[in-house]
Design a protein around this ligand. Structure first.
Ligand SMILES: [Zn+2]
Length: 259
């Protein structure tokens, strides 16, 4: 289970979820690995059963047939390490764990639902996701007192430290380095005049003034700056500076990126 990296906030449904997951941490962390090595049946909780994927199965078909509460998304999140990054690709013979209690009820909050995103990595429009195969943690404009603007000015992609980060489109790096609460960050100016920002990085592989191409690696994700865990904080801005943010998800979608 990936760490739920996010900004520090005093109270929220997501904070409650973090505590709940920590409380059953042994189960939540151990099951995906056991599923991958095929010995899950022996150690799984009594409520869990194993299902072997048949030809023609889809996650939603299995979820319906097995009455998985939470549907295919729950099935996917419970078996994410066995299935991999694309929920539409499940091979016959793959063993899925059904009915494990990996998440607390609070996990039904829309902000924390695992999103099956990121199948597409590049588009005809010249834009791509900043990370491949990531789920969205804290959404854009989430209210919270820890942000000086009063809301979350970007979107958080939940990824472990060391995940390659890519320039969403061609452009010019206008800054690359430490920036307070954002830790190590890169800001890139694009042809349409917008800027993309990538924060909390563990290492940078570009420098200011450098031109980059769509999908070019700009560094690795991390947990530098003000964070509670590793994630990519990603913004789209109308200027290079904080406070000029626009909806980053809407921007990517408008450029043909699926997420
Ligand atoms: Zn963030």
């Amino acid at each position: 289970m990936p760490a739920k990296g996010k900004h520090r906030r005093p109270k929220s449904p997501r904070l409650a979820r973090t505590i709940a997951v920590a409380g059953v941490g042994g189960v939540a962390l151990a099951l995906p690995f056991m599923g991958a090595s095929g010995v899950h049946a022996a150690a799984a909780p009594a409520v869990a059963t194993t299902y072997a994927v048949k030809a023609g199965d889809t996650l939603s078909k299995i979820a319906d047939a097995q009455h998985v509460s939470g549907g295919w998304k729950k099935l996917y999140s419970d078996n994410r390490s066995a299935i991999g990054g694309d929920p539409s690709l499940i091979r016959p013979g793959l063993k899925l764990t059904i009915g494990q209690k990996a998440t607390a009820p609070a996990a039904k909050s829309p902000a924390t639902a695992t999103q099956a995103s990121a199948a597409k990595t590049a588009t005809a429009s010249g834009y791509t996701l900043p990370v491949q195969s990531a789920s969205i943690g804290t959404a854009y404009k989430t209210a919270g007192s820890m942000w000086s603007s009063g809301y979350h000015t970007g979107v958080d992609f939940v990824v472990p430290t060391g995940t390659p980060l890519k320039a969403i489109a061609a452009g010019t790096v206008v800054s690359a380095g430490l920036d307070g609460a954002y830790g190590n960050e890169v800001v890139i100016q694009h042809a349409d005049g917008k800027y993309s920002q990538y924060a909390h990085m563990s290492s940078l592989s570009v420098s200011s003034g450098q031109t980059v191409t769509e999908g070019q690696r700009i560094g690795l994700s991390g947990a530098t700056g003000n964070v509670t865990g590793p994630h990519l904080h990603f913004e789209i801005r109308t200027t290079p500076s904080y406070g000029s943010d626009v909806d980053p998800v809407a921007y990517l979608r408008a450029h043909g990126v699926s997420l």
